[in-house]
Design a binder for this molecule. Structure first.
Ligand code: PLP
Length: 414
């Protein structure tokens, strides 16, 4: 997208605003499917939690994706966006049996990640097939907070507990239709990923009624120029070979599934915010914007990098800035960033704002959550209105509060 398009959007829809480029989402989808073109049955389930706007879900549907969901509300969103229930995978962690039963009632694919629920669900609903989420105990991701496949992780059923899984399956006569892993974000070492995949293949051999193997996600995307990223083409080549070999051995053409979130939407997203104040202190120059970690929490939450540009003055002389938000706590988007000269009123552009940005936004400091715009067919479409004061008040229930009685105070003093 051109800077002028973004400036027009900021002008038309106000600030701060999230903008998503449909073309980038499409090209990422195509890049991943191309990397696995030699797999007969490839299925990409878009991880809704990354960015859950209905129009984004519809775009995913138009591309041929299914959905990966982690809450019953995400399941409902998927259905509202027009997905067929069997296109939706439900992969919760730590939810109640009731919620899983509700998802099963809605007809979506169920993925279970602990023995307690597996045993209960299998006993009550032996005819409903389920997938099991395995923890291969491989540390594939970079950041500990977003790496979920290691030994201390709360996710998945340990590979050391497969004998117990098999006993539950036999005793309840339930059906296992898939094996799943999701080792976390930022996979850089393809060999580590392939190693975890071998563990998955070994586990899969124990189950005779599989339809699919789901390798989760965690593809790393670039955050700056020349940044490292998952080489999905190399992964595609290597995993395809191993997967096709496995299907031969297994005696059935299984489906190979992935659940990309960040890979599909991170780079499509841009966050636009206006500079309220430029403040020179004794040690630095702050650019304070009309937003904060209530709208984009990733830098404060896990120190993520979002490249920042001044699109109002792209040719200006570059200076060092700390870009900060208006929240009354430490609220930093980036320190010591070289940005073309910032003037009050300029619009700053934050990159990689598609995944886990709007979906993590809150009303902290009683601020409105931003508007969302989809750039689709060379046109800007508003896909979520900015909130208003009514949204802040909406669910609050006012009760009558009266001042403490004056007499009592007087009596105490006497
Ligand atoms: C969050 C999540 C994903 C998506 O991860 P990305 O790193 O955004 O691709 C996939 N599967 C499950 C089970 C998840 O919880």
């Amino acid at each position: 997208m051109k800077h002028t398009d973004l400036l027009n959007i900021a002008h038309t829809f106000g600030s701060p605003t999230y903008v998503y480029d449909a073309q980038k989402i499409t090209s990422q989808y195509e890049r991943l499917t191309k990397a696995f073109q030699n797999v007969t049955n490839l299925k990409l389930h878009y991880a809704v939690k990354a960015l859950s706007n209905l129009s984004i879900l519809k775009l995913m549907k138009s591309l041929g994706a299914g959905l990966d969901t982690v809450s019953i509300q995400e399941v409902q969103l998927g259905l509202a966006a027009g997905f067929d229930p069997n296109e939706i995978m439900y992969t919760p962690n730590g939810v109640s049996l009731e919620e899983i039963e509700k998802a099963a009632q809605l007809g979506v694919k169920i993925n279970i990640d602990n023995l307690s629920i597996l045993e209960q669900f299998g006993s009550k609903h032996p005819t409903i097939p389920v997938c099991i989420r395995i923890n291969p105990h491989v540390m594939a991701g970079g950041n500990h907070n977003i790496s979920v496949g290691h030994i201390d992780s709360k996710f998945g059923i340990s590979i050391h507990q497969i004998p117990h899984v098999l006993r539950i399956v036999e005793l309840t006569d339930m059906h296992i239709n898939g094996i799943h892993m999701h080792t976390g974000s930022d996979i850089l070492d393809i060999d580590v990923f392939l190693y975890a995949s071998e563990i998955l293949f070994n586990t899969a051999k124990n189950f005779k009624e599989l339809d699919f193997i789901d390798f989760g996600s965690g593809f790393k995307v670039p955050y700056k120029k020349d940044d490292i990223q998952t080489n999905v083409e190399e992964l595609g080549e290597k995993l395809t070979t191993r997967f096709n070999e496995f299907c031969q051995e297994y005696g059935k053409e299984l489906s190979l599934n992935f659940e990309p979130g960040k890979f599909l939407v991170s780079e499509s997203g841009t966050f636009l915010a206006e500079v309220n104040v430029v403040k020179q202190t004794t040690s630095t120059v702050f650019a304070g914007i009309d937003s904060g970690f209530n709208h984009l929490i990733r830098p404060m939450l896990y120190n993520s990098y979002h490249h920042i540009e001044n699109i109002s003055n792209p040719e200006g002389r570059e200076r060092y800035y700390s870009v900060v938000g208006y929240i009354c706590e430490t609220d930093t988007f980036g320190n010591n960033r070289r940005i073309s000269e910032i003037r009050e009123g300029d619009i700053l552009k934050f990159n990689n704002a598609g995944a886990y940005c709007f979906s993590m936004a809150s009303n902290y400091n009683s601020r409105y959550r931003p508007a969302e715009v989809l750039w689709y067919n060379e046109e800007a479409h508003l896909i979520r209105k900015r909130e208003t004061f009514d949204d802040i008040l909406k669910n609050q229930v006012e009760i009558t509060i009266s001042s403490p009685k004056k007499e009592e105070t007087v009596l105490k003093e006497v």
